[in-house]
Design a binder for this molecule. Sequence first.
Ligand SMILES: Cc1cc2nc3c(=O)[nH]c(=O)nc-3n(C[C@H](O)[C@H](O)[C@H](O)COP(=O)(O)OP(=O)(O)OC[C@H]3O[C@@H](n4cnc5c(N)ncnc54)[C@H](O)[C@@H]3O)c2cc1C
Length: 373
Amino acid sequence: MRYDLAVIGAGIVGLAHATLAARAGLKVVVIDRDMRANGASVRNFGFVTVTGQGQGDTWRRARFSRDIWAEIVPQAGIDVLHKGLVMLTHSPGARRVIEEFARHPMGEECALWEPEQVRAALPFAHGNGLSGGLHSPHELRVESRTAIPKLAAWLEETQGVSFRRGVAVTGIVPGRVETALGPIEAEAIAVCPGHDFRTLFPEVIARHRPQECKLHMLRLSDPGWRLPHAVMSDFGLLRYRGYHVCPSQPALAAQLQQEAPEILADGIHLIVVQSADGSLVVGDSHHYGATVDDFAPESVDRKILDLARSTLDLSRSEVVERWVGVYGSAEQDAFIETPDPRIAITCVTSGTGASTAFGLAQDCLGHYLGILP
Ligand SMILES: Cc1cc2nc3c(=O)[nH]c(=O)nc-3n(C[C@H](O)[C@H](O)[C@H](O)COP(=O)(O)OP(=O)(O)OC[C@H]3O[C@@H](n4cnc5c(N)ncnc54)[C@H](O)[C@@H]3O)c2cc1C
């Protein structure tokens, strides 16, 4: 059997490539060394974010991806758990940044909320220092742990995509994928290896000088209220590159560095999303290295929890689960390389893959490999 497209990696980036190629009628095989999805794609918030994504390619890819997510979730039986985002601000400096963002073209359809509007929408948000909020209608949230397996099952059962699981890819030449269990022939090959930068085309990937980034994540029990939207706060205005277009952003960065150096030292910012059973997924932190360890110091979790508790009423919640996740990190949010006209490598090197995977896949298969219009 010769495939039109072989995809290496069954994380969200590989599945996005398979989705768009299968939709165009191509014969697709997805190959992954793991028996089930176990990487960044099932460890994240499932937060498909548009507002705050970096200006240019990342924002464009996020808007495209959000539309594809919205189209396929009902077909694949995936629930959207909430829509939109509220970025809460707790100082005049942070408020200035969201005011500027709301006036920017990327702030399209976003609304600036006064503290009273925040309290009306989120009565469980603490009032201490609250200076406003930016409401974005663009986002959606899925439960990645179940959504990724459902997407793969839908591709296999209804879209004709073949899956080869538990199969490590050891080498690639034009037209052929070498695996631990023998070769697989394909016209075009898309390598979507997550943060495995050393197995396939290491010399090509090394040009981007990628690192690993480790994140701490927590699940808290049902707080007794329901989130209408995902919640973020001031520190997100530093971490999300889209807000860097705001002239006041550097002043906010300096202010937060002075007020909370211990939060920034662990790369912490707040995202809170809610699951169907009412539990909250809360994070996260960022620690970088050529190879990060799997250890998760309690001191980091404590800082994330303190930030969450100072933002929302979590008096009825307790920690019920903890995990770490790893993604690739580099100067650019993502890159696509073509070591051969029939082979492409797509790597996300930032915490944006759930939000941009379909846009990357469209660019890779359309522009770089030329197998989609
Ligand atoms: C804790 C955490 C929170 C995050 N939050 C968000 C968020 O809210 N929103 C957002 O947009 N993004 C978020 N991200 C980032 C996002 O999850 C990643 O960018 C995305 O999942 C990367 O997907 P991927 O398919 O490239 O990688 P992965 O999910 O790591 O999948 C790569 C797959 O390739 C396989 N593979 C690699 N090499 C080979 C080989 N040689 N042979 C066979 N198989 C191979 C691996 O087994 C793996 O299954 C978060 C990430 C983490 C860790």
